[in-house]
Design a protein around this ligand. Structure first.
Ligand SMILES: Cc1cc2nc3c(=O)[nH]c(=O)nc-3n(C[C@H](O)[C@H](O)[C@H](O)COP(=O)(O)OP(=O)(O)OC[C@H]3O[C@@H](n4cnc5c(N)ncnc54)[C@H](O)[C@@H]3O)c2cc1C
Length: 312
């Protein structure tokens, strides 16, 4: 039987959960069970049913996210589930190896395609910071597949869903979260479909107003190169690349970023890359789908005006 871990943010299932549901329902022949921790908002279970989830188990009793506690609770709810699909998000990355140990399962992370089941269960996963792909046979009975967000197309498969509740106790857990604060009003970088990113070419943090304005007009998240976050022009949570976050948005706009290999490692899987750089020899142009050779301080105001005109 196949299951998914349905990560929720304040009761809402993210798009990456629907991608996991689409993946699971395409490989399952006997329905898919979703496990979620904490109660989802009204109507959220129906979203899962639209993508083939036949049963939702809501696990109650845990306060806030802690990988050890969540991992134990999910593993305890997996009765009969041999293949577990989840998103390779921050939560997924922390949970997948823990659950794999508890399930004695084969584990593949960074998975970008449906499995080839013609001879076993072979998954395609991104390796070497997205520079290559490996095809990996998951040979154990129990399997965990963590899929890269934005890699799997949503596929509707309307079914009816049964909802069950289970309760776990926090007694015996090694940690207890007493408070957590969430950055408000921002689109999470790893889930953004559009990312506007800027580098040292922006000269200083005082010039980020333009980057943020363009991002807000496009409904995009903001990102930056490593030196920008090292110099504290922007928070480290925006640093993308080999030593930062790996993202795969539909559109990545890079402004005043040279395109060093370590930066590309985190963004080169983006579906469309637009580069704005005043140096026509900047290496980033080699990875770009569209390039604008120009001064960011002249190009950005024009892009912002065009985005405003398009909105009107
Ligand atoms: C082990 C290791 C790990 C690393 N990990 C990462 C990582 O994860 N992420 C990362 O980003 N880097 C990483 N780096 C650093 C990386 O090698 C580069 O130094 C860094 O990406 C460069 O940042 P940048 O492009 O913002 O700055 P720069 O290299 O200084 O480039 C600035 C660019 O802006 C352009 N420019 C300047 N003025 C303007 C203007 N007015 N308008 C338009 N364009 C302009 C310039 O032509 C230039 O191309 C790593 C390095 C090492 C050694």
């Amino acid at each position: 039987m196949t299951g998914i871990y349905a990560e929720n943010s304040e009761g809402i299932f993210k798009k990456s959960v629907l991608e996991a549901a689409s993946y699971a329902s395409q490989i399952s022949t006997d329905g898919v069970t979703a496990i979620c921790i904490g109660s989802p908002n009204d109507g959220e279970a129906d979203k899962l049913a639209k993508y083939g989830i036949t049963k939702l188990i809501i696990v109650e009793g845990l306060t806030a996210f802690d990988a050890q506690n969540y991992g134990k609770a999910i593993a305890a709810s997996l009765t009969g589930i041999k293949t577990l699909i989840m998103a390779n998000t921050y939560e997924g990355k922390a949970l997948a190896p823990r659950i794999a140990v508890l399930m004695n399962a084969s584990l593949a992370t960074n998975v970008v395609a449906l499995p080839d089941t013609s001879n076993g269960f072979v998954v395609k996963r991104g390796v070497f910071s997205g520079k290559g792909f490996a095809h990996v046979q998951l040979s154990r009975d129990n399997k965990i597949v963590a899929i890269t967000p934005n890699s799997i197309e949503l596929k509707e498969n309307q079914v009816s869903i049964a909802v069950e509740k289970a309760t776990v106790s926090e007694a015996g857990n090694l940690t207890k979260i007493t408070a957590s604060n969430k950055a408000a009003g921002k689109i999470p970088l790893t889930e953004a479909e559009i990312v506007v990113s800027a580098g040292r070419g922006m000269k200083g943090p005082e010039n980020w107003g333009m980057v943020e304005e363009l991002a807000s007009l496009l409904g995009a998240a903001t990102a930056c190169s490593k030196p920008v976050s090292d110099m504290e022009w922007r928070p480290h949570s925006e640093h993308v690349g080999q030593t930062g976050i790996t993202i795969k948005p539909n559109l990545y706009i890079a402004i005043g970023i040279s395109g060093a290999i370590q930066h590309l490692a985190g963004v080169s899987s983006s579906k469309v890359i637009v580069v704005i750089n005043k140096d026509p020899e900047a290496p980033f142009f080699k990875a770009a789908d569209y390039g604008i050779v120009g001064d960011a301080f002249e190009v950005l105001p024009q892009l912002i005006a065009a985005a405003k005109a398009a909105q009107n």
